[in-house]
Write a protein that binds this ligand. Structure first.
Ligand code: F6R
Length: 236
């Protein structure tokens, strides 16, 4: 694992964006695995800047997101499809039919999960997977558990995740209790993993994940098994 520490969120985001842009420039038809949440927002802003000022193009890439709340349509302002539209897709030249986010309103969520994995397999995994890390060490929405779940699956969100994500909703009771998340196999299929995080609490989780045992109780610890992980962390 490579670890890069920065003073500010802006510097951290610029460095992470350079890594993503590197993959896009090397392989314009790459598959990008994308994340939502506060951590990658600056990375997306910087990628948008590069698109406008440096001609960085997303026109030939495919994007596959990590997760989506179960029950939220893509038009819901707190859905992850909506987030991606707002922070990236509507601001660059990506083809909408090449952007994939799990469908939170699928009539058969299990079938949606299976289809998501089948698509990921057809794509050959992602060339680069962008990740954040949750307060409980989750990646995607793979919450602490007795086992690692390889496949895309429906998950019960941990109380700490519901609480952490309530800042985006009117109240904690509005936060969906379940989500669809890419599983650990999908995440580890990535050729390169870039994890972005800020603040002292995330730093402690990252340290524990990469220096302690690999355990499903700290889901990010499985990233120790991947050969190309770069962590970009900032103090603020
Ligand atoms: C989001 C996701 C989550 C977040 C994590 C950190 O797609 O998969 O694992 O990356 O909850 O969220 P923030 O960055 O908001 O602290």
């Amino acid at each position: 694992m490579e670890f890069h520490a920065f003073k500010s969120f802006g510097e951290m985001s610029a460095a992470a964006a350079l890594a993503v842009a590197g993959t896009l420039r090397e392989k314009p038809d790459c598959v990008l695995g994308l994340a939502t949440g506060s951590s990658p927002v600056g990375t997306y802003d910087e990628l948008v800047r590069m698109h406008h000022e440096e001609g960085l193009s997303f026109a030939r890439c495919t994007t596959v997101n990590l997760d989506e709340y179960l029950g939220l349509a893509g038009t819901h302002p707190q859905s992850y499809r909506f987030f991606m539209e707002k922070h990236l897709f509507s601001r660059v030249d990506v083809r909408r039919d090449a952007t994939f986010v799990p469908d939170g309103t699928a009539a058969d969520p299990a079938a949606e999960c299976a289809a998501y994995d089948a698509r990921l397999a057809r794509l050959g995994g992602t060339d680069l997977q962008l990740l954040g890390i949750g307060p409980d060490g989750h990646v995607g929405f793979n919450e602490p558990d007795d086992v690692f779940t390889p496949q895309t699956h429906v998950v019960d969100l941990a109380p700490s995740t519901i609480e952490a994500n309530s800042r985006f909703f009117a109240s904690e009771t509005d936060v969906p209790r379940k989500a669809i998340t890419m599983g650990m196999k999908g995440i580890l299929l990535a050729r390169k993993i870039v994890l972005v995080a800020s603040g002292a609490a995330k730093r402690a989780k990252i340290d524990a994940a990469f220096s302690g045992p690999v355990t499903p109780r700290l889901p990010a610890s499985i990233l120790q098994l991947h050969r190309d992980v770069t962590v970009f962390w900032s103090e603020t």
